[in-house]
Design a protein around this ligand. Structure first.
Ligand code: DX5
Ligand code: ZN
Length: 217
């Protein structure tokens, strides 16, 4: 069970100290948005390069961008330890996942709430993680979509059938109130933005989420 706080809810003027505040987490989740794939704009490769220099923990890049075939390998080459692209945006996901892996990062694809997993099951041998979105991508602080839990179960069953160590990440509305149902459905990497950075102590929130998720491990 791993916790990946999203810095989308952090103070963008103080990202170094915001990363230090979650040093007890497994990953720092960095949401890259291009204002085209989603109606919001955050940060890109130059900022990720700077974050990599100061982050006490590995960086988990979630790319909500168009044309990831062109842009995603650059994040892996820069040193991001995990790079997730959206399957809806990828032209050649096998080639892209291989490019990310050969640059030394873990590769993952993400599914928006309206995207079915079944057509992409054959991609499992090419990736290290599948991200099941539990909100519409674009913004932090939205309500958790419990109707995505059957998809998490479906991915977990497919991973079991295929074998190998493929992680299942959930992202969006994950909090102390919702993390247990995600873990119970088969998720093992949990992104939480507002639940961590909105808490009085980010580090304590990470520990609480870790404990709650472990109850269903
Ligand atoms: C949404 C992002 C999430 C977001 C989660 O598009 O991918 O990572 O930061 O924020 P919360 O946990 O507040 O829903
Ligand atoms: Zn995200």
């Amino acid at each position: 069970m791993q916790i990946s706080p999203s810095i989308l809810s952090a103070d963008f003027a103080n990202l170094e100290s915001e990363l230090a505040a979650i040093a007890n987490a497994d990953w720092a989740h960095v949401d890259v948005m291009d204002n085209h794939f989603v109606p919001n704009l955050t940060l890109g490769l130059p900022v990720v390069e700077s974050l990599l220099k100061v982050s006490p923990i590995p960086i988990d890049c979630h790319l909500m961008i168009e044309d990831p075939d062109r842009w995603a390998p650059g994040y892996a080459e820069a040193g991001a330890q995990s790079v997730t692209f959206h399957i809806e945006a990828a032209a050649d996901p096998i080639r892209l996942a291989r490019a990310i892996r050969s640059a030394g990062a873990r590769a993952a694809f993400a599914l928006k709430p309206g995207t079915d997993f079944a057509p992409y099951e054959e991609l499992l041998p090419e990736v290290d993680m599948v991200l099941v979105m539990t909100v519409e991508p674009g913004f932090g602080g939205q309500s958790f979509m419990a109707d995505q839990m059957p998809k998490v179960r479906q991915v977990r069953e497919a991973v079991r059938r295929h074998g190998g160590e493929i992680w299942i990440q959930v992202d969006g509305g994950v909090s102390a109130a919702t993390i247990e149902q995600c873990a119970e459905a088969g998720a093992d990497v949990f992104v939480a933005g507002s639940a961590v950075y909105g808490a009085e102590s980010a580090a304590a929130a990470v520990e609480q989420l870790r404990e709650l998720s472990a109850r269903h491990g």
